[in-house]
Structures are given as structure tokens and as C-alpha cells.
Write a protein that binds this ligand. Sequence first.
Ligand code: WQD
Length: 326
Amino acid sequence: MINNKKILVVGGAGYIGSHVVKALKEVGYSPVVFDNLSTGLKQNLFPDCEFILGDILNYAEIKGAMAGVGAVIHLAALKAAGDSMLVPEKYAVNNVSGTINLLNAVSEAGIKKIIFSSSAAVYGSPKYLPLDEKHPTNPENFYGYTKLAVEELLSWYSKLKGIKFVALRYFNAVGYDASLAITGEEKNPGNLLPIIMEAVVGRRPKVTVFGTDYETADGSGVRDYIHVTDLAQAHLQSLEYLETHDSLTVNLGTTKGISVLEMIKAAKEMSGVDFPVELGARRPGDPGTVLADASLAKQVLNWEPKYSDLENIIKTTLSVYKKNNK
Ligand code: WQD
């Protein structure tokens, strides 16, 4: 636990941000949520937690939120990789310019610790597996580029302004907190598990498998799915880490792959709903397999996934979609 318990969670009304807020509260921090609610949801806010409606693009607003804060956790970004290739301007402004504003406010306020939500998207297509942090960064979509650009900005602000950071490279975030305290769903999901869930509850006619001819055991795409409760825990450990260490860039994943067909099979079995599945073509730009080497996180943060097994991922997500569908 760091001395100053007031932690500013920028993007705290989002899917991952709200889980981070819950984890902070549980161990005695006083998180303050800053969010413009463009993709974040009121439904994800906790009544006993301070909320500031504001935008990182507005310097006065983000600067105003820094008063008395001990550390900043920055999860505010647009994250649809496909969309970022169609409207890069939107991603450049929100993800890069917005973060420059935030870093200037952090610097002006004299805050020295920041945890940043980065992504496996900084690596691009794997040249080897599992991907460790030394793997070359070569983003293949503009979204991934914005995450890499922010990592570089963090390095410079660290050198020039003495701000220490942890950049957490999330692999595929999934699941919900088991308490069902957070029930916000992704709007217009492009990701596999929310799409499967919409089919389970009858809001979508079918699930399409994007490619069955990959060099994987069953031909479908394999990803490293990491439960959001495990991700949230890593933020707590990162705050502690910065008390006594320098900056860090680290992967968060399991190294255990789950294929699209395995995910669909488990969702059918656990829900009892035999939703229609179409075997389709590959989605352009999708690699066959993406897996994290997460040994650095274990070694330096003492972080290990505890909730990321296939059954728990499906169980917690299914509970939320069923609750919302009543
Ligand atoms: C997972 C697997 C698809 C939908 C994306 C971003 C990445 C990161 C996480 C933020 C793949 C397959 C999917 C469907 C399918 N975002 N699939 N049918 O592509 O690994 O990563 O989200 O940081 O930057 O690119 O995640 O959930 O879209 O796909 O068969 O309807 O499911 O081909 O193999 P992805 P995903």
C-alpha cells in the first residue's frame, strides 16, 4: 500500500478501469474516477467512490483532477483496432494528444507515479512465441501504434521529468469480477467472448469463426485470454513496485492459449445454449496464435494469473450477460 491512498483512475468507468477501481477499494485505497463517459458507463461507477466527469483533451479538467493525488492509473483510450485503421485521426487525438495533456498535468502537479494500460498490439505479428518483452515492437494497426507512442512518451517524461511508470501490456482481457458488482457490457463488441455471449442470450443470430485453416491444433485462432480480475491485481502490485523500483514495461498474460473453437465449445456446454456457428474466412490482419511470455511479471511484480482458466472466464461473463438479460 503506498502512502498517499488517493489514486486517480483515468478511464475508471471503462471495462478494465472499473475492475481496477474495485480492486483498489478492496485493499483500502481511495480511488477517484475521471472519465468522459464516451465509452465508459455510468453503470460501472461505484456510489461510494468520487467521480469527476471530464476529458483528458481538456487540460484544465485533467489538471484540476490531480489535486492531492499520489499516483495516476491511465486507462482512457479508444481501443477498436479495426476502427483505428479507418479513422486514425480520432485515435491520434484521444490516445496520443490526450495522454500528452495527462502527462503534462501529472508533471505540473508533481506526481511521480503512473501506471499505463498498454497492449500486446505493440508487438504486431509474432516473430516467435511466446512473446516476451524483448520481442520487436511493430504494431500492425494504428491503435497499437498509439500505445507504443505513449510508451515512448512515458520513457521521455521519465528521463526528463522524473516520473516513474509501469506500462502493462495486456493480452486479451476477458471475464468479469465474480461478485457481479460490475455489469457494464462492451457496446458493439468486436471481441470474441462478448460476441459469443450475445449469441448465448439470443441478441445475435450466430457466431462466425474467423478462419479454420491456421496452423493451430484445431485450425482456429489461438489467443492468450487474461481475466480482468487478474489484470486489476497487477495494477495494485505495480503501484507497490514503483515505491522501491524504477520504471517497468511488462506483459500480462497466461501463456496458455485458448482457440476460438474451444471458447465456443465451452460457452455452449456451460450455458446449455446451442447457438449457431458459421465457419468463416480469416479476418484480415489476424495472426494464428498470440501468446505472452509472462515470466517477467512473475519475477518482478510477483504477479501470477489466478482467475484466467477457461471455465472461470466463461462462468463470470455468462453470469453478467444472464443478469443483464433478465
Ligand atoms: C480473438 C480471436 C479472432 C471475433 C483485439 C485487438 C487487440 C486487443 C484485444 C486491445 C481471434 C477470433 C473474433 C469473431 C472470431 N485490444 N474471432 N470471431 O483480435 O486477438 O485482439 O482485442 O488492446 O489489440 O486487436 O481479439 O477478441 O477480436 O479475437 O473467430 O466474431 O477470436 O479471429 O482469433 P484479438 P478478438
